[in-house]
Ligand binder design. Structure first.
Ligand code: 5GP
Length: 387
């Protein structure tokens, strides 16, 4: 496209626009050495060590790291709760705790080894970090738009408060330039994704966004440059747009070090949302109670209300409403009630392990190296529905 109004010439892609090619490592098309020891899903290790600080002090190198399955429950109502954090931790996974948790709740939290203290960018948030920096060594600075004026300064303020040993994640962004600015300010990880979330309406309200797979590739190129040339690493967390375990696999294959999930973890007991019953006419018929003719069978279905953190509901609940100058950039939906989150977690981890076996990868680092995409017009056969 020959116009200065376009960012670049490439078409940008979402998860549904691509598939991962099986067996590329075996065919020798991948640059990494093939490993043929992956015989089953059992051979795949999803736990990953994240080395984020190397400080040379008087000749000493401090290597600070943590180990987890790099999938993170989003800091959303109905997802980033203490109960969710418990179950995620039990499975080796992580949680960004809701910003709205009270100080008492944060005190009560016992999952801190696998949880991020999530904050906004106010002076109160700096106090919260000061108060909890001994307990939480992972901080998530979360704003819908991490291009706003104060954010870089805020990240350096946070870095000054916490020691170099704390892991700071900040977002959301979708471009490499801002990733570099946030990294230079002290961030260890940038959260990538604007407009791709399941209950997000930003693209419709503002016309702003970036297809999620391409956003990961875009910021990934900058992370790659940083990781080649600087001592300290920059990690990437893909945030938003995963609708099934295959999308999570594609995010890792594209270069995400972490993947954050909102909608996929909504509707479960651990989210604590209110369960509502809805009654719907089913296609089945039963005899009329007075014996004359047939009447439709009414099915009862359980749902849980789920909403975006920029929706009117969330603004009313946590920020004193839209206040006349904010637009709601999130929607409210009723998601089917799904019971305990453990079954969903098993489904996600099973899918991811299986994805690794298709490209002969023993772990997620190898999975990234061995994966190649193809662009597709149709990724699934929908004759019996989407699922
Ligand atoms: P999901 O996994 O549901 O597709 O996406 C989750 C992500 O959507 C969250 O981590 C957050 O970044 C984003 N998100 C949550 N609520 C809202 C909202 O109300 N508006 C927008 N624009 N994004 C949201």
């Amino acid at each position: 496209m020959n116009s200065h109004k376009f960012y670049d010439d490439e078409e940008k892609l979402d998860f549904s626009d691509v598939l991962i090619v099986p067996g590329m490592a075996k065919n020798g098309a991948s640059s990494s050495k093939p490993k043929f020891s992956v015989r089953s899903r059992n051979d795949v290790k999803l736990l990953r060590s994240v080395h984020h600080t190397k400080v040379s002090k008087d000749g000493d190198v401090i290597d600070k790291s943590f180990t987890a399955i790099p999938i993170i429950a989003a800091n959303m109502d109905g997802v980033g709760t203490l109960k969710m954090a418990q179950v995620m931790k039990r499975n080796g996974m992580m949680t960004c705790l809701n910003k709205s948790l009270s100080l008492e709740d944060l005190d009560k939290c016992e999952s801190q080894s696998h949880a991020f203290l999530t904050v906004g960018i106010s002076a109160d948030d700096l106090d919260k970090i000061r108060n909890f920096s001994d307990k939480f060594h992972k901080i998530c600075i979360d704003v819908p738009n991490a291009y706003i004026g104060d954010i870089v300064q805020f990240v350096s303020d946070v870095r000054r408060i916490v020691s170099t040993t704390h892991f700071i994640m900040v977002g959301n962004i979708v471009t490499g330039g801002q990733a570099m600015s946030l990294y230079m300010a002290g961030a260890n990880c940038v959260k990538v994704g604007i407009g791709s979330g399941s209950v997000c309406t930003t693209r419709l309200k503002t016309g702003v966004g970036f297809p999620q797979l391409s956003a990961i590739l875009e910021v990934g190129a900058m992370a790659h440059h940083i990781n080649e040339n600087f001592d300290r690493k920059l990690y990437i967390c893909s945030d938003g747009g995963c609708t099934n375990p295959g999308d999570i696999a594609k995010a890792f294959a594209a270069g995400a070090d972490f993947v954050m999930l909102g909608g996929m973890l909504a509707g479960h007991d651990e989210g604590g949302g209110e369960i509502v019953n809805k009654y719907q006419e089913s296609p089945d018929r039963m005899p009329h109670p007075n014996g004359q003719g047939w009447v439709p069978v009414i099915d009862e279905k359980k749902y849980v209300r789920f909403y975006g953190m920029s929706s009117k509901t969330a603004n009313d609940k946590h920020s004193g409403g839209l206040k006349g100058y904010r637009a709601a950039e999130g929607k409210e939906v009723d998601v089917p009630y799904r019971g305990s989150v453990q079954d969903t977690i098993d489904d996600i981890l099973g899918g991811l392990r299986s994805a690794c076996t298709y490209v002969l990868a023993e772990n997620l680092v190898q999975f990234y190296k061995n994966s190649k995409f193809i662009k597709v017009n149709n990724q699934v056969n929908t004759v019996f529905g989407q699922g």
